[in-house]
Structure formats: structure tokens, C-alpha cells
Design a protein around this ligand. Structure first.
Ligand SMILES: [Zn+2]
Length: 186
């Protein structure tokens, strides 16, 4: 990863010294309570590819419009992993303006539970690095969470969402993020 577009940002409690033994193969310890890791992309990839002087945006996380580029919504992409691991990628979908408007209008209302939409993945998530034309479908699962990616008509997208992946392959690009011992100042 060249730019710091990923973090372990999450609204839930994560981090702290691992209370379970790290995996022998990859050195990463699964969450002691079996929760998925949170790996969060701060912004759509395109945001980092536009010259700062040309970058004009409206909104913020989870609603971001980028002038001359499009409309983006934050979603969770859950990925099943082997050996008790799992990860929820916090990522972005590029959506139609009408979807963006509907999400904005229902986000804090009971109608949110019925929100479902199509979009294009807006982060090249490692290790798959899906193209930015990868089409997925998202819908609300929990009222207090952003929508989840639930399926994809694209071959790679469907595999990412549907398969159980070798955890070391998927987590390797994020190993430094997930081995959470603090750096020791010398
Ligand atoms: Zn491992």
C-alpha cells in the first residue's frame, strides 16, 4: 500500500494486546470474541488520484460526492476467511445520483431498513484488486450499520463475497495493521 488509505477505524472496540495466540502461519491473532477484523478505506481510490488543486467534494464519510467524478456511499464488504478469521472491509461504492439522494433521505429514518442499491466498488481492495467497474449489490442488514455488500453479478465480485478465503492470503497485505503491538520508541 503506497498511501495511507486504510486503517482499522471502527465504531466498535478493537485493538489491545491479543488475548489469543497468534496464528503460526501468519503471526496474526484472530479476534478473541470471534468478531471480524475491521479494515477501513478512508476514501474512494479516485480521491487520492485527483490533484489536490482540482479536487472539489461535497459531504464526508459516509456520503461523498466528488466533482466531475461521481457519488460515493460507504458500505461494509464482509469476507469469510479460514481458521476462525473474518474481515469486514469498510469500502465505498460509486452509485447513481438517485441512489445517493435516496440513501441521504432515508439514512436516519425507519425506511433505512429497506435501502438496497447497486454500485461499483471504489477501492482496489487487496489481495484481489478488483477493477473499479466491479458491480455489486448492497443492502441494509442492521439499522446501526452502513449497508453491506451482499452479492455481485461480476465473477470476481461474486467470489469475493461468496467464497471462504485462505486467511493468510487475504490478511497478508494488512499484516502490519493487524499485528497491533505498539511500536517501542528507542
Ligand atoms: Zn495464519
Amino acid at each position: 500500500m503506497t498511501k495511507s488509505n486504510v486503517s482499522r477505524a471502527s465504531r466498535t472496540k478493537v485493538g489491545g494486546k491479543a488475548s489469543v495466540e497468534p496464528c503460526a502461519c501468519c503471526g496474526i491473532a484472530p479476534d478473541p470474541r470471534g468478531r471480524p477484523f475491521s479494515i477501513t478505506f478512508d476514501v474512494p481510490d479516485v480521491y487520492l488520484e485527483i490533484h489536490p488543486e482540482l479536487l472539489a467534494t461535497w459531504g464526508d464519510d459516509p456520503f461523498l460526492a466528488i466533482k466531475d467524478t461521481g457519488f460515493y456511499l460507504r458500505v461494509l464488504l464482509p469476507v469469510k476467511l479460514t481458521d476462525g478469521f473474518a474481515v469486514d472491509f469498510g469500502t465505498w461504492l460509486k452509485v447513481d445520483p438517485e441512489v445517493f439522494r435516496q440513501a441521504w433521505q432515508t439514512w436516519n429514518f425507519p425506511e433505512y431498513k429497506d435501502l438496497a442499491f447497486d454500485g461499483l466498488l471504489a477501492n482496489r481492495i487487496e489481495p484481489w484488486k478488483p477493477g473499479l467497474r466491479t458491480h455489486v449489490k448492497a443492502r441494509v442488514r442492521e439499522m446501526d450499520k452502513v449497508p453491506y455488500v451482499v452479492e455481485s453479478p461480476d465473477e470476481l465480485g461474486a467470489r469475493i463475497v461468496g467464497e471462504t478465503w485462505p486467511h493468510a492470503d487475504v490478511l497478508a497485505p494488512y499484516a502490519e495493521l493487524l499485528k497491533s503491538d505498539p511500536p517501542v520508541e528507542g
